[in-house]
Design a protein around this ligand. Structure first.
Ligand code: UT7
Length: 329
C-alpha cells in the first residue's frame, strides 16, 4: 500500500485594503524610501484598520474563499491549526474564535506559536494528523495583525511589518504528492533578540509597561539578521541534500519574507535561480505567519502537479525550518 501524504488541496489568502507606503512612513519616523528599499526590499505593507478587528478577521475571508474554491462546507473541517503571534486574545485560542465565525461546527483546534516559523511548524504538525489517518481535512492558517504589536516610533522595526493571512487545506494523497520531509529547529537562547517584553505572565500589563511601550515587538535587528541569514539558508540546503535534490530539481523556493537580503542569501546557498524564488515582500512586508501561505496563494496558478517546492523560514524564539513538499494539483 502506498504511503499517505498530507497534500495541500486548496490555498487562499487575504490582505486588508489599507496600504502603508514607505512615503507615509517617512511622515511618521525618521526614514526614507531609499533606505527601506535597499535594506529590506519593502515598498509597502497592508494594515487592518477598524475598531474591534483582530487576526481572526484576516482569516475569515481567506478561509471562506478557500472552502468555496474546494467546494466543501466548513462543517467538513476536522481540525484548525491557527499559527499566529498576534492572537485575538491571550485566551481562548483564535482557532476557536475562527471556527465559530466560519461555522466549523465539527472541528477542534488550537493556536500554534513559533513566530515567523509558525506556518511551517503548523504544516508539519497538521500533516501528522493526515498521515496517521486520524483526520481527513485539516486547515492550517498563518496570519498576523502585526500592526497591533508594532511600535510606530521605532524606525528599525515599524518599517518591516505588515498584516495578512493565508490558509491551506490538507487532505490525504496516495499519489506521492504532499509534504515529504521537514526539518524544524528551535533555540530558546534567541529570546533576547526578538520578543515582546510585557503582557505575558512574567510581566503582566500595567500602567508602567504601557508607558514604557513594552507591548510592542522588540527586535535587535542586526543580531536576528545574522542568525536568520545563515540558519534559514542552511536548513533549506539540508532538507534538499537529505532528499537527494539539487537546484535543478526545485520548481519553487518559498522563503519567509522578512528581508530581501535574507531571501537572496537562501537562494544563493541552495543554488535556486531567481526566476524560481517567490518574492512578494515589496508589497506586503513581513506578515510573520502570513508570509509563506500568502506566497503559495499568489503563485498557485503557476504551480504544476508534482512540482518540488522548498519552504523555508526563520523567526523569533529563535525558530527555523524547512519543508519539502510536492504540489498535488
Ligand atoms: O521575521 C523574522 C525575524 N526578523 C528578521 O529576520 C529581521 C532581520 N533583521 C533585519 O532585517 C534588519 O536588521 C533590519 C531591516 C531590521 C535593520 O537593517 P540593518 O541593516 O540591520 O540596520 P541597522 O539596525 O544595523 O541600522 C543601520 C543604520 C543605523 O544608523 P547608524 O547607527 O549606522 O548611524 C540605524 O540607526 O541604519 C539606521 N536605521 C535607519 N535609517 C533609516 C535603522 N532603521 C532605519 C530606518 N531608516 N528605518
Amino acid at each position: 500500500m502506498s504511503k499517505i501524504h498530507a497534500a495541500i488541496t486548496a490555498v487562499h489568502g487575504y490582505v486588508p485594503d489599507y496600504i502603508l507606503t514607505n512615503q507615509e512612513l517617512e511622515t511618521m519616523v525618521e526614514t526614507n524610501d531609499e533606505w527601506i528599499t535597499s535594506r529590506t526590499g519593502i515598498k509597502e505593507r497592508r494594515i487592518l484598520k477598524g475598531e474591534g478587528l483582530g487576526t481572526s478577521d484576516l482569516a475569515v475571508p481567506a478561509v471562506k474563499a478557500l472552502l468555496e474554491k474546494r467546494g466543501i462546507g466548513a462543517d467538513e473541517i476536522d481540525l484548525i491549526i491557527f499559527c499566529t503571534t498576534t492572537p485575538d486574545l491571550v485566551f481562548p485560542a483564535t482557532a476557536n474564535i475562527l471556527a465559530d465565525k466560519i461555522g466549523a461546527k465539527n472541528a477542534w483546534g488550537y493556536d500554534l506559536q513559533a513566530a515567523c516559523s509558525g506556518f511551517l511548524f503548523g504544516l508539519a504538525t497538521g500533516s501528522q494528523f493526515i498521515e496517521s489517518g486520524k483526520h481527513k481535512k485539516v486547515l492550517v492558517i498563518g496570519g498576523d495583525k502585526m500592526s497591533s504589536i508594532t511600535n510606530y516610533q521605532d524606525r528599525a522595526t515599524c518599517i518591516i511589518f505588515g498584516d495578512g493571512c493565508g490558509a491551506v487545506l490538507l487532505e490525504p494523497n496516495d499519489e506521492g504528492n504532499g509534504v515529504i520531509d521537514s526539518i524544524l529547529r528551535s533555540d530558546g537562547s534567541g529570546v533576547a533578540y526578538l520578543h515582546q517584553k510585557a503582557g505575558g505572565s512574567v510581566k503582566p500589563a500595567s500602567h508602567e509597561t504601557v508607558d514604557a511601550r513594552e507591548h510592542f515587538a522588540y527586535q535587535e535587528g542586526q543580531a536576528v539578521f545574522k542568525f536568520a541569514v545563515t540558519n534559514m539558508a542552511d536548513v533549506a540546503a539540508e532538507v534538499m541534500e537529505r532528499n537527494g535534490l539539487v537546484a535543478d530539481d526545485i520548481a519553487w523556493l518559498v522563503p519567509h519574507q522578512a528581508n530581501k537580503r535574507i531571501i537572496d542569501a537562501t537562494a544563493n546557498r541552495t543554488g535556486v535561480t531567481p526566476d524560481k524564488v517567490i518574492i512578494n515582500i515589496e508589497r506586503y512586508g513581513n506578515t510573520t505567519n502570513g508570509t509563506i501561505p500568502l506566497c503559495l496563494w499568489e503563485w498557485e496558478n503557476k504551480f504544476k502537479k508534482g512540482d518540488n517546492l522548498i519552504l523555508a523560514a526563520f523567526g523569533g524564539g529563535f525558530t527555523w525550518g524547512s519543508i519539502y513538499l510536492k504540489w498535488a494539483y
